[in-house]
Ligand binder design. Sequence first.
Ligand code: NAD
Ligand code: DAU
Length: 356
Amino acid sequence: MDSFEKKILVTGGAGFIGSNLVNYFVKKYPDYLIVNLDKLTYAGNLINLRDVENAPNYRFVKGDILDKSLLDKLFGQYDFDTVLHLAAESHVDRSIDSPDDFVHTNVTGTVNLLNVARKYWPNTEGKLFYHISTDEVYGSLGDTGKFTEKTCYDPHSPYSASKAASDHFVRAYYHTYGLPVIISNCSNNYGPYQFPEKLIPLTINNIIHNKPIPVYGRGENVRDWLYVEDHVRAIDLIMHQGRNGETYNIGGNNELKNIEVVEKLCEVTDEFLGRSPIGISKKLIRFVKDRAGHDWRYAIDINKIKTELGWQPAVRFDEGIRKTVQWYLDRQDWLKQVTSGAYRNYYDKMYKNRGL
Ligand code: NAD
Ligand code: DAU
C-alpha cells in the first residue's frame, strides 16, 4: 500500500460524475490508489466501473458515509491523504418529495467524513479534503449576471440547502480546526452514465421509447451545461494545484433554455435513429406543472479557475450532446439495467402525478 504515491478516498464513485472521475483517475494515475466508497443507492451502479474494476490501483467498498465505524476502519486501513467527496443525494425533484435523505447523506454524511479526516490527520501536511459541490447553493439568477465565488449563498431547494450546509461545514472545519479543504461549485453536468431521471438522459430515454417528454413550466428556465469530462479535468487540476481553503466555480459558458436543450436532443436523436423528418420527436414534448420553487437561471463566472489554473471547458455543447446521445443509444443495455427495479416505481408514480 505504501508503494502508492497517493491514497485517495473517492465517495460516490459509482454515480454519474464519480464514475467518470474514477474511470479517468484510475487510468491516468497508475501510481495513485483509488478507493471508491459508495452505498450503491438507485443512482450508483457498478456497471459504470467495468473498465477499471480489476485495475491494481482500484478498490471498491460498498458502504454508507453515515456508517462512522466503517469510515474509521477505512482511514485506519488505507491511510488516505486525499478525500474527493462526491457522495450525495443529487436530484432536486426527489429532495422536494422527501428531504430527509438529503439531510442525512449530504449534511450528516459530510460531517462524518470531516470528523474522520480530522481524527486521522493530526499532521495536515500533504492532506486534502475536497468537497465537490454545486452552483445551486447560490440560488437563482434573473436574466443577467453570473455566480462568482463571492456570491452570497441563497439555496432554494432542500437539495441545494443540504449542499449549502455541507459547504458551510467544510469551511468551518478549515477555519476552526485547520483542516486542509477545497470546495468547487459546478453547473449542470451531462454525458455518459448520468442517471435517466435528470433532464438530458431522461429526454433521450423517452425519445428512444416514444414516451412523453415532461418539460416543466414553459421550458424557459436556463441552465449552464458542462460536459462531464471537462468537470473531471477541472477536479484533477484543482486537486493538484488548487489553494488550501479556496473555492473554485466551474461552468460550461453554455447557457440554454430547457426547451432548447430538449428540442436539440429530439433533432440529434432522430438523426441517429433515422427517424424522419428530423425533429419529429418534438411531438412528444409535454409542458407540465412547474417544479416547486424552480430556480430561474444559473450562470457561472469561470474567471478564477481560468486565470489561476488555466482551465476552461474544452467540449462544445454541439459536440458533447452528439457524443452523449450516441453513448445512450449504444448503451441501451445500461439504460435498461439502471431503470429496472426500485426506480421503476418512482418513475411510474411521477408520470402519473404529472398526468402523463
Ligand atoms: P449521482 O446521484 O449520480 O451519484 C451519487 C452517488 O453517491 C451514487 O453512486 C450513490 O450511490 C452515492 N451515495 C448516495 N448516498 C450515499 C451514502 N449515504 N453513502 C455512500 N454513497 C452514497 O450524483 P452526481 O450527479 O454524480 O453528483 C455527484 C456530486 O457532484 C454530488 O455531490 C452533487 O451534489 C455534485 N454535483 C453534481 C452536478 C450535476 O450536474 N450532476 C453538478 C454540480 C455538483
Ligand atoms: O446546477 C447543478 C445541479 O444540476 C446539480 O447540483 C444537481 O445535482 C443536478 O441534478 C442538476 O440540477 P437541476 O435541477 O438543474 O437538473 P435537472 O436535470 O433535474 O433539471 C434541469 C432543468 O430541466 C431544470 O430547470 C428542471 C428541468 N426539467 C427537469 C426534468 C427532470 C424538466 O423540465 N423536466 C424534467 O423532467
